[in-house]
Write a protein that binds this ligand. Structure first.
Ligand SMILES: [Fe+2]
Length: 131
């Protein structure tokens, strides 16, 4: 379970709204794991994450470029790496099906990545003047 708190606030309303939607989806996967329904739900969830993450990354990268955020390049590199991970999970889901270990791996890695990335990279938006 990821709890939204002030350490995750970038100060940009668009980016923060997107991050809250992503956290809600990660928490929905956590709920599904606890309720034993994650194997059925992981396919549609990954489909949503894949689409939403790509749209969010594009929005956030545009915003960082517009405000000349010093973390802009680092942010793009990190985003490409996460998209590679998402693609890898989709490939494995399609090949092996939704195993418990894969669903747990997706939840753990996605929730850890998101929190660390927001705090370390996205929050560098805080020091940037508005575009
Ligand atoms: Fe980011």
């Amino acid at each position: 379970m990821v709890t939204w708190n002030s350490s995750l606030e970038t100060g940009n309303a668009v980016v923060d709204r997107d991050h809250q939607a992503l956290i809600n989806q990660i928490n929905a996967l956590d709920d599904a794991l606890k309720q034993g329904t994650a194997k059925e739900q992981i396919g549609p969830m990954i489909g949503f994450l894949n689409q939403y993450v790509r749209a969010h990354f594009a929005r956030e990268e545009d915003i960082m470029r517009a405000v000349k955020c010093p973390a802009s390049g680092q942010n793009c590199t990190a985003h490409r790496a996460l998209i590679g991970k998402l693609d890898g999970w989709v490939t494995r889901l399609n090949a092996d099906g939704a195993t418990t270990s894969l669903v747990l791996e997706i939840y753990r890695e996605a929730s850890a990545w998101l929190q660390q990335h927001i705090v370390k990279v996205d929050c560098q938006l805080r020091g940037c003047p508005p575009a």
